[in-house]
Design a protein. Structure first.
Length: 464
């Protein structure tokens, strides 16, 4: 990414973005206090939301909801319309900001293939999910108590029993867990109102399309060479996901394209730091490619329309060494970017790989040709060798451009830096096969192998 490209991105200011975010904030405030307690200000927020989408196909349904909800008529259809309007506003912000990024980088993006329409789902456990989400909206986050949170347990259990409903099941389970962990909510000083509203709206929209997340077209099978750019590790108390960003060179000479692939493992909150990689060793080819900086030859991997490869480790084999910085320098400019599925169009979802070189940094932001770009160091994974100190010493970075909190920021995935007058190159996935830093390895050895201990205890329980 050149200085002129960074300037074009930072100077872009699409009209209506701040107004759309203000409308979303007004609606989110109604969820804090509950639809059963709407004062004049919150009724006005619903009316403003309806006005923003009045010219769209959602207009009549949202206008009806904005009129009926304040007088006590809160139906599933009304809530679906309000959640749809909120989702549409965030989608518009997402599209505007992503268009700015594509324009600045000169990046070409595929169009989303519209699938055939399908009738909304209305039977089974999804009805129970909508009922619980309706009760949350009526009570408001401040009115949520233990009984209401526990009421979700039976619905979540029923959803988990249906494999095709796993997405809404996990989403509801996560929302219920966050609400439970935040209790008593009524007296909490601050609430993550936007995050909870995001989860609520996403769960509600998923419940109307059978949990499929936007009626995506079927996957196609692809083969070719996968050149890894970096890995973004998402860690939760009960799960870890390694999301790999890469360039796919398909067989047959088709244009190279940007793709992602993810592997996930369940965990407990005592497994942290480099130990989480041991949970992903069921994918040895992918882990070796991350640690050894190798390309992968893949055969017949399913590729979803949104650019996600469904990973099958047995369909991949190790290729030649491939420097992620060289891949970024040569391939990123021309690689075809994937479209974004409709329900994924949220600004916090933007995470586009870029290469920046020749900058200076104070550790919190980098400066390139007189323009400043903040660094998102909170996303650096604790399981890898990449640290804020290394980022502060760097002059080249492969990272993900994100738009969150009303600004652009860069999340480093790999850096080239100078440490003790020696050049070093550090990647977030360097420890995927084990810790390579002797000092860290020694500290981990003293702490013990939590994964091995838990597996041994689990085996002992099963033998009983």
């Amino acid at each position: 990414m050149l200085g002129v490209q960074l300037a074009a991105l930072l100077d872009a200011d699409p009209p209506g973005v701040s107004e759309a975010l203000d409308l979303v904030a007004g609606f989110d405030d109604t969820l804090v206090h509950g639809l059963a307690r709407l004062g004049e200000e919150r009724v006005a927020a619903l009316t403003a939301l309806a006005g923003a989408v009045a010219a769209s196909p959602l207009g009549p349904a949202v206008a009806e909801a904005a009129a009926k909800v304040p007088v006590g008529s809160v139906t599933d259809d009304h809530l679906a319309a309000l959640a749809g309007a909120r989702t549409a506003l965030f989608g518009a912000v997402h599209d505007a900001r992503l268009a700015d990024l594509d324009t600045a980088l000169g990046r070409t993006r595929e169009a989303w293939p519209e699938p055939p329409a399908a009738a909304p789902e209305g039977l089974g456990p999804l009805v129970g999910a909508r009922s619980w989400l309706r009760e949350l909206a009526i009570a408001g986050w401040r009115g949520v108590g233990h009984d209401l949170i526990s009421a979700a347990d039976q619905t979540i259990e029923a959803l988990l029993a249906e494999p095709e409903l796993r997405r809404p099941a996990v989403l509801l389970d996560g929302l219920a867990a966050e609400l439970r962990a935040s209790s008593p909510i009524a007296t909490a000083e601050r609430l993550p109102s936007r995050r909870w509203a995001d989860l609520w709206a996403r769960a509600l929209t998923l419940s109307w399309d059978g949990g499929r997340g936007g009626l995506a077209p079927p996957a196609e099978s692809v083969s070719g060479r996968l050149l890894i750019l970096g890995v973004d590790v998402h860690e939760h108390g009960t799960a870890v996901q390694a999301q790999v960003h890469a360039v796919l060179e398909p067989v047959g000479g088709a244009p190279a394209s940007l793709v992602r692939t993810s592997v996930v493992a369940a965990k407990v909150d005592t497994i942290v730091g480099p130990a989480v990689w041991r949970l992903l060793h069921g994918h040895p080819q992918l882990m070796a490619a991350l640690a050894e900086h190798r390309a992968l030859e893949v055969t017949d991997l399913p590729l979803l329309a949104g650019g996600d490869l469904v990973w099958h480790d047995d369909r991949a084999s190790a290729g030649e060494p491939a420097d992620p910085f060289a891949t970024a320098r040569i391939q990123l400019a021309d690689a075809l970017a994937p479209p974004v599925p409709p329900l994924e169009r949220h600004p916090v979802r933007i995470a586009e790989p870029v290469l920046l070189e020749g900058y200076t940094t104070d550790g919190s932001a980098l400066e390139l040709d007189g323009r400043t770009l903040p660094l998102d160091l909170d996303r650096l994974p604790a399981c890898g060798p990449l640290t804020p100190a290394l980022v502060a010493a760097s002059s080249a970075c492969v990272g993900l451009l994100r738009w969150d909190g009303g600004r652009w920021a860069l999340q480093p995935l790999a850096v080239r830096a100078t440490v003790k007058r020696k050049p070093v190159e550090v990647h977030g996935g360097d420890w995927a096969l084990g810790i390579t830093d002797p000092k860290v390895a020694k500290a981990e050895a003293r702490a013990g192998d939590a994964v091995a201990v838990l597996r041994e205890r689990a085996g002992r329980l099963l033998r009983k």
